[in-house]
Design a protein around this ligand. Structure first.
Ligand code: RIB
Ligand code: CA
Length: 315
């Protein structure tokens, strides 16, 4: 079966790293490149985390740097002691510093466009951080929408928020970029908090991965174990926000979707970064996004553990 080519754009991040490993292990896809953006932690860390992870897993694939700040919002992650991702973005996990690998010479937006052209419309994007790089690529290359098969993104919510009562972090960090992307006309699927807040892993999942005997299983288990300590300290639960966005692409049976008109609020004093999901069909506007609204958590957990356990063994 022909593998689906993906680029992962991320703000690695504990849950980003798990999503990356799931994609690298999946027999259905070929990860063509990983690009970084400012988000969970400063871009200096998100970019470095990607390079260290790829080298630790013994892989040689393009890792490119991206935007160090959003298009308009001014949000730049500073040194943080926040428990969610820890100072470096990888919790308390310290991977060996990459020594052989180098960043791709191209910036994220250029690499994304080059690969979209090379793949002649077959490229899919897994977007699991603020959407700055994708928006820049769209603004630089007006023909890009016709060259991207599908965007699978973690972001937004039909109801609620996490960084404010009405906004989810990835969208809130760069709403103008998210609006450019969502208005691009590219077929896309939104995996928001409505479902990611149900994507909770438990200790049994980590135990199974710990004994996998692979570096992929080891890293995911260590990150999950960090998340369990975070949860027990009053922080976020072991939520697989980003891995669920990848699951939507390769395990759609884990979720249910609804076609809706979606746009992004870029002006509201209290609603800046809100994803407007027109479930009541009040705008009369045609649906532009497939929105994940239901999740079979047990099926998702099984899919994630099995994917990493059965990961593509590399010679
Ligand atoms: O709101 C959750 C999202 O923000 C996830 O992608 C997490 O990694 C952070 O980027
Ligand atoms: Ca992320």
């Amino acid at each position: 079966m022909k593998k689906r080519p993906f680029i992962i754009d991320c703000d690695t991040g504990t849950d980003d790293a798990i999503a990356i490993i799931a994609a690298l292990c999946s027999p259905q896809v070929e990860v063509k490149a990983i690009t970084s953006v400012n988000g969970n932690v400063n871009h200096g860390y998100t970019s470095r985390n990607n390079l260290d992870l790829v080298e630790y897993l013994g892989l040689d694939l393009p890792v490119a740097k991206g935007a160090v700040q959003p298009m308009m919002s001014g949000f730049v992650q500073v040194e943080t002691t926040d428990l969610t991702h820890g100072r470096t973005g990888m919790g308390d996990l310290e991977l060996p510093r990459a020594s052989r690998s180098r960043f791709d010479s191209r910036i994220a937006s250029q690499l994304i466009y080059d690969m979209a052209v090379e793949l002649e419309g077959e490229l899919e994007l897994l977007v699991i951080g603020p959407m700055t790089n994708i928006a820049i690529a769209l603004l630089q290359y007006p023909d890009l929408p016709g060259l991207v098969k599908h965007i699978w993104f973690m972001g937004g919510a039909a109801r609620g928020g996490n960084v404010t009562p009405t906004a989810e972090f990835n969208i809130w960090a760069d709403p103008e970029a998210a609006q450019v992307v969502i208005r691009s006309g590219i077929p896309m699927t939104m995996v928001g908090l409505d479902v990611t807040e149900k994507a909770i892993m438990v200790e049994e999942d980590a135990r199974k991965l710990r004994i996998a005997g692979t570096r992929e299983g080891e890293v995911v288990a260590l990150l999950l174990e960090y998340m369990f300590r975070r949860r027990d300290a009053g922080g976020e639960n072991a939520l697989m926000h980003d891995a669920l966005a990848f699951a939507a692409a390769v395990c759609p049976e884990c979720l249910t979707f609804e076609e809706n008109f979606v746009d992004v609020e870029c002006r509201g004093q209290y609603t800046y970064g809100h994803t407007f999901v027109d479930r009541r069909k009040k705008t009369g506007k045609a649906p532009n996004v497939s929105v994940a609204l239901g999740l079979d958590t047990t099926a998702f957990r099984k899919w994630l553990v099995d994917t990493v356990l059965n990961g593509v063994q590399r010679g």
